[in-house]
Design a protein around this ligand. Structure first.
Ligand code: 9YT
Length: 127
């Protein structure tokens, strides 16, 4: 069994920062679960366009307020605590945080922890 406390993972190599988001990877590929599990915090007022071409992702809003736009359809959905979205079509999307958003995210296949966003908004496929 794996038991981890978010606060113990802060400021470790599992705590990844970008300009306007941070993400604590509570489970990574080498944990052997077949998915990774992240707690991601998006800064209030920030906007992010991601396109996870090589991963499926589901995201659950723990706290905050914002929206997600599906860039294929142009449809925008409100995000607030209790809302989940799943990028089952590797959907390219823009996330907006009106308030700081705290999200629980699962990636399949799991991220290794070494990925960086590529110019197209994706993470490279694992080797
Ligand atoms: C909410 C969201 O898009 N999370 C993505 C995961 C985060 N960018 C990470 O852990 O790499």
């Amino acid at each position: 069994m794996i038991v981890r406390d978010l606060k113990d993972l802060k400021n470790t190599d599992r705590d990844v920062h970008d300009a306007k988001w941070t993400s604590v990877r509570m489970l990574l590929a080498d944990d052997g679960m077949g998915f990774s599990f992240h707690i991601t915090t998006l800064e209030a007022g920030s906007e992010h366009t991601f396109h996870y071409k090589n991963h499926f992702e589901s995201v659950y809003c723990i706290s905050g307020k914002g929206s997600i736009t599906d860039l294929a359809s142009g449809e925008t959905h409100q995000i607030h605590p209790g809302v989940m979205y799943a990028l089952n079509l590797h959907d390219k999307h823009t996330l907006r945080a009106e308030e700081e958003l705290v999200m629980a995210c699962c990636f399949n296949p799991p991220v290794t922890g070494k990925e960086v966003h590529q110019a197209d908004g994706s993470y490279a496929a694992a080797d």
